[in-house]
Design a protein around this ligand. Structure first.
Ligand code: 13P
Ligand code: SF4
Length: 300
């Protein structure tokens, strides 16, 4: 039996739903019930009927699904698929930062551990950061962790200062303004879309700064026949699939998140066969993290 058929059969047997991030391998996106960005996946995870969620992405995403679904079984095909940016701040470091800024509103990018989320008032994703930050009253001091690039992007858009943590995404940090200029020269007239995790000079060289879900929406509505893509290359699979008449060019084909590529079809099958690896968050941490995630979901 083909791998896909085996996965689909087991999925029915286990009453499971497969969720995949836009950066996962094309073949994983193709067997998923839903593929999307962090915000879309959190929303879907919050509303699924199935008793089992197989989360193909990185660990903090599966953890978010587990926090939102305490009664369900959340599985990751590879528990080693982490996000280095999420690990750039610990709850202890955040508590120390908070102690230096008493009264500040504490905001975390969803790319963070459950322990860090539990220390925060509200979460953001790259898809809703501007909308969420706009709800924080003027005059309030703001701590923003862990991504200094997303933080500086939204802070610049809002025209107010945040206390930023120096975290970053190693994959997006490898995108340079020089590479954007080269791609533009190769594809004159093609709009450039980049992710807000890119450094400021890269964002300034682009036409659009969007979450991965925002990029998929822009690609559909844009009249451009060619688009330059400044983010992890896994998204090219979905862009090409949804827009057969258009061409997409990566700024560089070396922009790959090794953790997003850890999930293979073999691991998804084994995950459903053996019902592992289970993602759980202790309720004393999950309850605090849930408040921060729910605060975000209630806004957007
Ligand atoms: P999105 O929420 O835009 O999908 O981004 C998630 C991520 O990890 C980007 O590196
Ligand atoms: Fe984390 Fe960057 Fe990979 Fe996204 S692309 S999961 S931020 S390391």
């Amino acid at each position: 039996m083909y791998m896909t058929e085996k996965i689909n059969e087991l999925k029915r047997k286990r009453n499971a739903v497969i969720l995949a991030h836009n950066y996962t391998r094309g073949e994983v996106q193709d067997i998923a019930d839903f593929t999307g960005d962090s915000l879309e996946l959190a929303r879907v995870a919050a509303g699924v009927d199935s008793s089992v969620i197989v989360f193909c992405g990185v660990y903090f995403m599966a953890e978010t699904a587990a926090i939102l679904n305490p009664g369900k079984t959340v599985l990751t095909p590879d528990p080693e698929a982490g996000c280095p940016m999420a690990d750039m701040i610990t709850a202890e470091q955040l508590r120390e930062l908070k102690s230096k800024h008493p009264g500040a509103v504490c905001v975390c990018y969803v790319n963070s551990t459950a322990e860090v989320k539990a220390e925060c008032d509200i979460c953001v994703t790259s898809g809703n950061a501007e909308r969420v930050m706009a709800t924080i009253p003027a005059g309030r001091e703001i701590i923003f962790v862990p991504d200094r690039h997303l933080g500086s992007y939204v802070s610049g858009r809002e025209g107010r200062k945040y206390e930023l943590w120096p975290g970053y995404c190693p994959t997006h940090a490898a995108i340079t303004a020089a590479a954007i200029a080269k791609a533009k020269a190769l594809h004159p007239g093609a709009p450039v879309m980049v992710h807000p995790e890119c450094p400021a000079d890269v964002r300034a060289a682009a036409d659009e700064c969007l979450s991965t879900g925002g990029m998929c929406a822009f690609a559909k509505r844009s009249g451009a026949a060619e688009i330059i893509v400044g983010t992890e290359t896994g998204i090219l699979h979905r862009l090409a699939k949804e827009n057969p008449g258009k061409k997409f060019f990566p700024v560089s084909d070396r922009i790959v998140c090794p953790n997003m590529k850890k999930t293979t079809l073999e691991k998804v099958l084994s995950c459903l066969e053996n019902m592992e690896y289970r993602v759980t968050v202790p309720e004393n941490i999950a309850s605090g993290a849930r408040k921060a995630i729910d605060a975000m979901l209630s806004i957007t």
